[in-house]
Design a protein around this ligand. Sequence first.
Ligand SMILES: Cc1ncc(COP(=O)(O)O)c(C=O)c1O
Length: 422
Amino acid sequence: MSTRDDSDRPTRAEVLDLAERYACPNRVRTLRALGVDLVVGAREGYRLWDLDGREFLDLHLNGGVFNLGHRNHELVATLVDALQTLDIGNHHFPSVERALLARDLVELTPGMRYAVFASGGGEAVEVALKSARRATGRRRIVSVSGAYHGHTGLALAAGDERAAASFLSEGAPGEFAHVGFDDLAAIERELASGDVAAVVLETVPATIGFPLPSPGYLAGVRDLCDAAGALYVADEVQTGLGRTGELWGVQREGVVPDVLVCGKGLSGGLYPIAAALLSERAGAWLEEDGWAHISTFGGAEVGCRVAREVLAITDHPATRGHVRGLVDRFADGLAGIRDRYPDRLVEVRQTGLVIGLRLSHPQGGMLLTKALYDRGVWAMFAGFDPSVLQVKPGLLLDAATAELALERLDDAVSSLPAGTAA
Ligand SMILES: Cc1ncc(COP(=O)(O)O)c(C=O)c1O
């Protein structure tokens, strides 16, 4: 028996009203004020349609959730097939699906020994930070101001101070220290206290607009952590799974962290799953206490099956080759746009397909979000730096759609006011 009745499906305006009333009032009001009144209906590949049938190219991908496209056909087939025989599974017992996915993740990730599954990135960050505390017997966590690691307890406190303070969740005095991005000396000062469990870093921080780490910064953090006996936790929720051109962003820098957190695209956009990958030292607790951390939905079996297929597609030589072509095309195309409008687009920050466009106008990222929206492209400004637009093309984007995206970007940038900031 189906409970679905399409006859009384709400319209786009009705959904916005319902959401504003019952779910997320401020968010709906803010988006409406910006002129972005999207309610996603159909979706396929790297395209979305709103409920009224208006088409958008998706250059946001929910931070990489739709890295391999919306409703990727191979992944949908994998999930449908898994559902013939599997469900979430029993989290107390070993399972075929979890065991195989754990093996694949560990074998693909230098320095790692164990995989602990979670239902989302924030939960996986909790596992990472708890593991660091247990491994070191220390509490203090060092992270970057303006970072984002999720909205759960430790993850929220490790992220930007303002976001944690708004929920009175900054942790005990001294428990969390925040330093500027790319400031090795500041990390060294914090580590000098000798009580730091972990330094947690997004490899390229999303919410402050994907600024590029200076050459040697991440390797420097690695060395400082080693000298201080602290763990280096790499949050690769946005930069993992091929988005930087390597499977993991840290591999571009030749850095091996103690913990690597992945999520978002691991789900294939179909079944929530994330993982904290732990080194021997970080995961020693797994040898000592089999129930020290439990998650009912973490590592759901049907999700594991999809995630293994995600890894197979992402790491396939054909995908890697295609990504190299896309990276070059975006580098070229964006350099052209910057050259044509140097008074508007002042900086292209590109790490593979992880891209931030810094506009001269202080609100330029926000203005560009709207200009693109009006031109049928969905891409979003950086939450803690509205002068930057995040651009996140998918790994399997076809050449024609990449051209269309660049044309619309060019047109949208040309429509912006020149800004005041240098
Ligand atoms: C870098 C980073 N870490 C962690 C998270 C949290 O992931 P989730 O929303 O799945 O909890 C996010 C989500 O946007 C993220 O971008």
